[in-house]
Design a protein around this ligand. Structure first.
Ligand code: ATP
Length: 254
């Protein structure tokens, strides 16, 4: 199994945000998590990527129990995540924003920085080359030297993808990658996710845009009040009574 959760649970005080969720993410596929507002989707991502410790349960990545690892260790193992709103350094260039992403893979320290050692210079080049490569991958070569603050919302979404890809992940968790962009741009981001999968990076995303998810996802899990109420292909999810009742009934055309 590639990445799976077992009985994953998170309580915030008396509120159970994620309740006993078993989910297997399929390698080389687009996996999606949907559910109404407050269903526990972002919390589920935070538990997998080590931003919150679970109350109970396990996260297993390629046979290794990563439940208690800190987020930087989980990222080093090849698990990347993006956030609903990416906080970019607006006054820095797009390239400089993305260069930071690959720092995870380098070893130079303060000592190297003070002495400007050969290792530091080599690794700076390595990070810059990686940033240029991923910016090209996401289609942002033309704006690499613009200030991040001047980008459109859709371009910022692509920078979020680039930041994740700069860490050389095996899987990337995308939190609402198409929120706040128009339908044409949504289509472009969907194509980019397919391109990521083709390049060998497994995708798992949270998204409220149902028409996009139904076209894009290979596998969907539905959360409602922290519980998994359904799991399957888009076709299975569309026809699932519990899902229709809990969620699709109200916003199927979103
Ligand atoms: N850090 C926190 N402290 C306390 N409660 C939290 C925290 N994070 C999330 N919650 C609660 O956990 C529940 C699940 O929230 P979560 O953000 O995971 O849902 P979601 O499905 O991602 O929602 P949305 O679609 O609106 O982003 C909510 O009741 C929320 O208020």
């Amino acid at each position: 199994m590639f990445l799976e959760t077992k009985n994953l649970t998170k309580r915030f005080g008396g509120n159970t945000a994620v309740n006993n969720v078993d989910f297997a993410i399929e390698q080389g596929k687009i996996n999606a998590i949907i559910g109404p507002n407050g269903a526990g989707k972002s919390t589920f991502f935070n538990l997998i990527s080590g931003f919150h410790p679970p109350t109970s349960g396990q996260v297993i990545f390629k046979g290794k129990d990563i439940t208690k690892l800190p987020s930087n260790k989980i990222a080093e193992l090849g698990v990347a995540r993006t956030f609903q709103t990416t906080n970019l350094f607006d006054q820095a260039t797009v390239l400089d924003n993305v260069i930071v992403g690959h720092r995870l893979r380098t070893k130079s320290n303060l000592f190297d920085a003070i002495l400007r050692t050969k290792r530091l210079k080599q690794e700076e080049k390595q990070c810059k080359d990686k940033a240029i490569e991923v910016l090209e991958f996401v289609g942002l070569t033309d704006v690499a030297y613009k200030l991040a603050g001047s980008l459109s919302q859709e371009e910022k979404k692509r920078v979020a993808f680039a930041l994740g890809l700069a860490t050389d992940p095996e899987i990337i968790f995308l939190d609402e990658p198409a929120a706040g962009v128009n339908p044409d741009e949504t289509e472009g981001l969907a194509l980019l996710m397919q391109k990521m999968v083709k390049s060998g990076v497994t995708v798992c995303l949270i998204e409220h845009k149902m028409s996009m998810i139904m076209k894009l996802a290979d596998k969907i899990m539905v959360l409602n009040y922290g519980e998994k109420i359904a799991e399957g292909t888009p076709e299975q999810i569309k026809n699932n009574d519990a899902v229709i009742k809990a969620y699709l009934g109200g916003s199927a055309s979103a």
